[in-house]
Design a binder for this molecule. Sequence first.
Ligand SMILES: O=C(O)COP(=O)(O)O
Ligand SMILES: [Mg+2]
Length: 226
Amino acid sequence: MVPPLVADIDGTLTRPDKSIDLRVLDPIRTWEAPVVIATGKAFPYPVALCEFLGIEIAVIAENGGVVFLEAADEVAYNGDPEGAAAVAAEYREAGHELGWGAVDPVNRWRETEVAVSRDQPLEPLVEIAERHGLAVVDTGYAYHVKSPAVDKSRGLEAVAGLLGHEPSEFAAVGDSENDAELFERAGRSFAVANADGAARAAADTVTDGSFADGFLEALERLHPSA
Ligand SMILES: O=C(O)COP(=O)(O)O
Ligand SMILES: [Mg+2]
């Protein structure tokens, strides 16, 4: 039996420059079980990815802050958006920026947390977040200011139920500390070789390959092709 899959985006389906590695498209599209896209990115990004892949929209966005299954026709929100906005305001008042420019496509459609560019100072961000009861997660692509109660594993619990599966039936593939809880919750977990220490420690298996090579290797182990 092919297990349902939960796949991270950045660092897992991508090349090092953050572009999608095109080799992952058909294997996801033809996977013979549900595929959930689980990401720290804002809601529209994984929705668009599912759309362009031609698969049912099943997404965990904003590190679990937003969960959506197309067939269920309802969005579930978790987290502390007011707290995250207050942290962002205080961080700016202290003279720092979120770091994505005036249009800020990274946060523009973000509804439950705030993402800060990694070229901005981390220490004051952590200090302000902690005062607001929030945590900062470093994905290797951004610092995410989020509720400590929200993570991708909570998202998996919600979306798995809607899909009629147990979270433990899923296989998860990811690369960073925002995947660690997900790896603990899924039945099988793979960190790609470029993964950070937290993801590697939480995963059952670390692949030999990096980035999409690692993702494709995980799929091959889950469902050997001939
Ligand atoms: O948005 C990020 O910082 C990372 O996104 P990811 O969870 O898809 O790797
Ligand atoms: Mg990632």
